[in-house]
Write a protein that binds this ligand. Structure first.
Ligand SMILES: C[S@@+](CC[C@H](N)C(=O)[O-])C[C@H]1O[C@@H](n2cnc3c(N)ncnc32)[C@H](O)[C@@H]1O
Length: 319
């Protein structure tokens, strides 16, 4: 058992080193400050790149000022902290509840309740529906991390997506949600009225919304032809996400679906009903490797997302 664990760890280490090498990323987090706080017209304060930030670079790893679970109201002792009081509050009156609502990040669950925390620097990132950075709560390091998910050039503003689960909604609905929760009108390239970028974005998101309900269907009931169509749909969905620059967590989920598709086919082969097992194994490993790279880029090499994908790769190699 101990020898097996040791083998697994060595295999994971090697896999991860290959990923870092492919991505040209260092194995440790840099200790330089890559952002500067600036006034951003129409958005209040924001954070801009203080130098060129290559894709996959960790921009921030921050501990919380405080967290709460199961209540929208921070207790007075926390609400009175000057760092909290200094954060923006989009609604009047400036209650602690409203300020907390506009600035908190999810930190995973405490029992059955979601923990939400305040992070003094992370709270200064503004929103875009096509963000160039991604935030993850890293349960192992107990830090909120923010990574560049595309190359960001010096002086560009760094954006997070406040509502990543809303990506299939049309701009008008996303804007409504943002107005309700944060009191602003989003002017990102996917929302700016009468622009080619918005039209293209709306078309892509509409395609994806149509496909979304069918790429999650149970494959067991499908004929081979239907299963192959399902794979084609999953891959098309992934390409739309890449064109839309929606990498995380959306593209990672689609890679997960593609891997499940191959795993299911491999199972059918083993049961005598399918085609070339080795071919599917190779394809599954290619997608899992792409997912590993994406996990490293967007959530960091020490994230639980990376650990899970390393386990998937190990399992696939044993098929
Ligand atoms: C978490 S804070 C971000 C930092 C904030 N701009 C500040 O000055 O501290 C969220 C608030 O920032 C503003 N904001 C964020 N993204 C924006 C955007 N894309 N356009 C306009 N305002 C935005 C809204 O007022 C929102 O309620």
């Amino acid at each position: 058992m101990a020898a097996q664990n040791g083998n697994n760890q060595a295999q994971d280490r090697e896999e991860l080193q290959s990923a870092l090498h492919r991505l040209g990323l260092p194995p440790t987090y840099p200790q330089v400050i890559l952002y500067r706080q600036s006034q951003c017209p129409g958005k209040g304060l924001g954070l801009k790149a203080a130098r060129n930030i290559p894709r996959g670079t960790p921009i921030l790893a921050e501990a919380e000022l405080f967290w709460i679970a199961g209540t929208p109201d921070p207790p007075p002792v926390q609400a009175s902290k000057p760092e909290f009081q200094a954060l923006s509050c989009p609604v009047v009156p400036h209650t602690a509840r409203a300020r907390f609502a506009a600035n908190n990040f999810e930190m995973g669950k405490s029992g059955r309740r979601m923990k939400r925390g305040i992070f003094v620097t992370a709270s200064r990132f503004n929103h875009s529906c096509v963000p160039n950075a991604h935030f993850t709560w890293n349960a192992a390091s107990k830090l909120l991390t923010i990574h560049a998910i595309v190359d960001i050039t010096q002086g560009q503003e760094i954006f997070l997506n406040y509502h990543p689960k809303d990506y299939l909604k049309p701009a008008i609905e996303r804007q409504q949600e943002l107005r309700t929760s944060y009191s602003f009108v989003c002017g990102c390239p996917a929302c700016q009225p009468n622009t080619d970028s918005k039209r293209a974005s709306e078309a892509r998101r509409q395609w994806m919304a149509g496909l979304n309900s069918i790429i999650g269907l149970n494959q067991n009931t499908h004929t081979q032809g239907q299963r192959e169509q399902l794979l084609a749909n999953i891959q098309f969905f992934g390409r739309q996400l890449q064109e839309e620059r929606l990498f995380y967590p959306q593209l990672a989920d689609v890679y997960g679906k593609e891997i499940s598709w191959y795993r299911r086919e491999i199972q059918l082969v083993i049961n005598g009903a399918g085609r070339t097992r080795l071919l599917y194994k190779e394809e599954a490993l290619k997608v899992a490797t792409a997912k590993l790279d994406l996990d490293v880029v967007c959530s960091g090499h020490d994230s639980s997302e990376v650990r899970d994908t390393l386990r998937t790769i190990r399992e696939l190699r044993q098929v």
